[in-house]
Design a protein around this ligand. Structure first.
Ligand SMILES: C[S@@+](CC[C@H](N)C(=O)[O-])C[C@H]1O[C@@H](n2cnc3c(N)ncnc32)[C@H](O)[C@@H]1O
Length: 276
């Protein structure tokens, strides 16, 4: 535990507070906020990034789960009446409610313990999002940006790239935070596609195909996807069934999903175990 401004950093909320002004300034410069933007910060914590965002754009929303931080933020930013502080769980938050004046620019030094489910939650709402800038564990940024054949390629990267352009920006060492995390961090920018480059006919089917494939990422497609599609059907789609899940492109996964949507629409089942 580390104490800052009277607040004990809580591990269960993934609290590692930024304290390096150079890093904060670099993040804010990368975001390039404009006064008219509707900005949303997830997990403002003690307000280190919030303060610099407010300097550009006083119409900021922040979403913070730790109820003890809410009065700290209210006191610190009492002279910013347009700042809207939402005491809420970002994992359940309906961001579309904030998009009344236009698409959202979402930012955050995210709690690393929930960053993957949070990104999936935000991808589902990417229709109301202009862009997102996040501080994440470096390995998560590598997974988001990974291409076909890469060791880090998997469900997170495929679904992120289905919805967004992924741009890793720069790395940040543990010393920029208090308490210091045990991992390296990196900043990533996600820009939702205006038009999906490979739209699936049924998103749930695509999610199921990708999830099933990467639950057996070391196996051949014939085995990994055997519960959904036969080797012959894969070959008909022009996909070599001896390849492994990491060798397929997003377009290949969409082709498999669309084939199943047409031929076995009953195949989708929710709540399979995730290993990503
Ligand atoms: C890594 S800290 C970043 C704090 C601050 N933005 C900074 O850079 O110093 C993550 C923040 O997210 C908050 N948080 C954790 N889980 C959350 C959730 N489910 N919804 C919203 N905020 C959450 C934590 O309480 C904490 O303030």
């Amino acid at each position: 535990m580390s104490k800052k401004a009277g607040h004990q950093a809580r591990k269960r909320f993934g609290q590692n507070f930024l304290h390096d002004p150079g890093v904060i300034e670099r993040i804010v410069r990368s975001i390039g906020a404009k006064p008219d933007d509707t900005m949303v910060e997830i997990g403002p914590g003690l307000g280190a990034l919030t303060e610099e965002l407010l300097a550009v754009n006083p119409r900021l929303h922040v979403v913070e789960l730790d109820r003890d931080l809410i009065p700290v933020l209210r006191t610190k930013f009492f002279n910013y009446p347009e700042l809207q502080i939402h005491e809420a769980d970002a994992l359940r938050f309906d961001f579309s409610e904030l998009a009344t004046d236009g698409p959202l620019r979402i930012v955050g030094n995210l709690p690393y313990n929930i960053s993957t489910p949070l990104i999936f939650h935000l991808l589902e709402q990417s229709g109301v999002v202009k862009d997102m800038h996040f501080m994440l564990q470096k390995e998560v940024v590598q997974r988001l940006a990974a291409g076909t054949g890469d060791n880090n390629y998997g469900r997170l990267g495929i679904m992120a790239q289905y919805f967004c352009r992924v741009q890793p920006l720069f790395e940040v060492g543990p010393g920029a935070f208090k308490p210091s995390p045990r991992v390296d961090s990196a900043i990533v920018r996600l820009i939702p596609h205006e038009t999906l480059p490979h739209p699936a006919r049924d998103l749930t089917m695509l999610q199921q195909v990708v999830r099933t494939a990467f639950n057996a990422r070391r196996k051949t497609l014939r085995k990994a996807l055997g519960s959904l599609i036969t080797a012959e059907e894969l070959q008909t789609l022009g996909i070599n069934d001896g390849l492994r899940p990491e060798n397929l492109t997003l377009a290949d996964y969409v082709a498999i999903a669309d084939y199943l949507t047409e031929n076995r629409p009953q195949a989708t089942t929710a709540n399979e175990a995730d290993h990503d």
